[in-house]
Design a protein around this ligand. Structure first.
Ligand SMILES: *[C@@H]1O[C@H](CO)[C@@H](O)[C@H](O)[C@H]1NC(C)=O
Ligand SMILES: *[C@@H]1O[C@H](CO)[C@@H](O)[C@H](O)[C@H]1NC(C)=O
Length: 230
C-alpha cells in the first residue's frame, strides 16, 4: 500500500513537472495564401505574392498540440528586429499585410513557447521558421510535377501527395477546404524531428489534416486556385 501511494505521488509530481513544454516533433505548415482568404473579406493577397507562405510552426505530440505552454514569455518585437523584413515576406499576415506582429505574437504564444526547451528563445523560433521555409517550397514541389494554379483544372490528392514526396522524399500532410461547391488545396505541412530532419508525417496526422480532401485515387477534384470566387 505504501509503495502504491508512493508511486502515485511520484506519478503526480512527474506529470505536473512535465505538462508544460513537452513535445515530440514539429509540424511546419505552408499555405496557399488565396485559399486562406476564402470567405474572408478582410483578407487579401497582393497581386505580386505568388508563392506559398508560412502558416504555422507547431511543436506537437502525436496526440495533440501542447497549449498555453509558457505564455509568460511574451512576444518581444525587438528579438526579431534584425530579420523582420524577411519574416514579413515569408510569414506574412494577409489580414493585415503591413502589420504582421499580432499574427507572429499569436504563433509565438500559442506554439513557440511550447518549444522553449529545445529552441530557447523567440529569436531562435522565428529564425528556425525561416530556415525550414527554405526546405519546404511547396509551390516549387508541385510545379515540378506540372501542378500549377488554375481555376479550371483540378488535381487528385494522390498526385499532390506524390509530387511532394518526390521532391522531399518524405510524406507530408495536405489540407483542403471548401470554396463554394469546390474543394481547394489550402496547406501542405511537413514534419521535422527535434534535430530538424524531415521525416514522414504519421498516417494519423495525414488522415486528420486531409479529412476535407477527397482521397479516392481516381478523384481529381482538388483545385489549386488562381483567383478567389464565391
Ligand atoms: C473587417 O474589418 C473591419 C474594419 O477593421 C471590421 O470592422 C470588420 O469587423 C471586419 N470584418 C470581419 C469579417 O472580420
Ligand atoms: C526585448 O528584447 C530585447 C532584446 O533581446 C531586450 O533587450 C528587452 O529587454 C526585451 N524587452 C522585454 C520587455 O522583455
Amino acid at each position: 500500500m505504501k509503495i502504491l501511494l508512493f508511486s502515485i505521488i511520484l506519478f503526480l509530481i512527474f506529470n505536473f513537472g512535465s505538462t508544460a513544454d513537452v513535445f515530440d516533433y514539429y509540424h511546419f505548415k505552408m499555405m496557399w495564401p488565396l485559399s486562406d482568404c476564402v470567405n474572408a473579406p478582410n483578407c487579401s493577397v497582393p497581386d505580386w505574392y505568388k508563392t506559398f507562405s508560412i502558416h504555422t510552426f507547431v511543436p506537437r505530440t502525436d496526440a495533440n498540440i501542447p497549449v498555453n505552454c509558457t505564455p509568460s514569455y511574451p512576444f518581444n518585437e525587438t528579438e526579431i528586429s534584425t530579420f523582420k523584413t524577411l519574416l514579413s515576406i515569408l510569414w506574412p499576415d494577409f489580414w493585415d499585410f503591413a502589420n504582421p506582429e499580432d499574427f507572429w505574437a499569436t504563433n509565438w504564444v500559442n506554439h513557440g513557447t511550447c518549444a522553449l526547451s529545445e529552441l530557447g528563445t523567440e529569436e531562435n523560433y522565428f529564425q528556425h521558421a525561416l530556415i525550414l521555409r527554405a526546405y519546404t517550397s511547396a509551390g516549387d514541389f508541385l510545379a515540378n510535377a506540372n501542378i500549377v494554379p488554375s481555376d479550371s483544372v483540378a488535381y487528385s490528392y494522390h498526385l499532390i501527395d506524390i509530387a511532394v514526396r518526390a521532391a522531399t522524399g518524405k510524406l507530408a500532410t495536405i489540407h483542403c477546404r471548401g470554396m463554394g461547391d469546390k474543394i481547394i488545396l489550402h496547406e501542405i505541412g511537413f514534419c521535422f524531428d527535434k534535430q530538424f530532419n524531415m521525416f514522414d508525417c504519421s498516417q494519423e496526422l495525414r488522415t486528420q489534416e486531409g479529412s476535407d480532401c477527397p482521397q479516392n485515387i481516381y478523384d481529381s477534384s482538388i483545385y489549386y486556385i488562381q483567383h478567389l470566387s464565391s
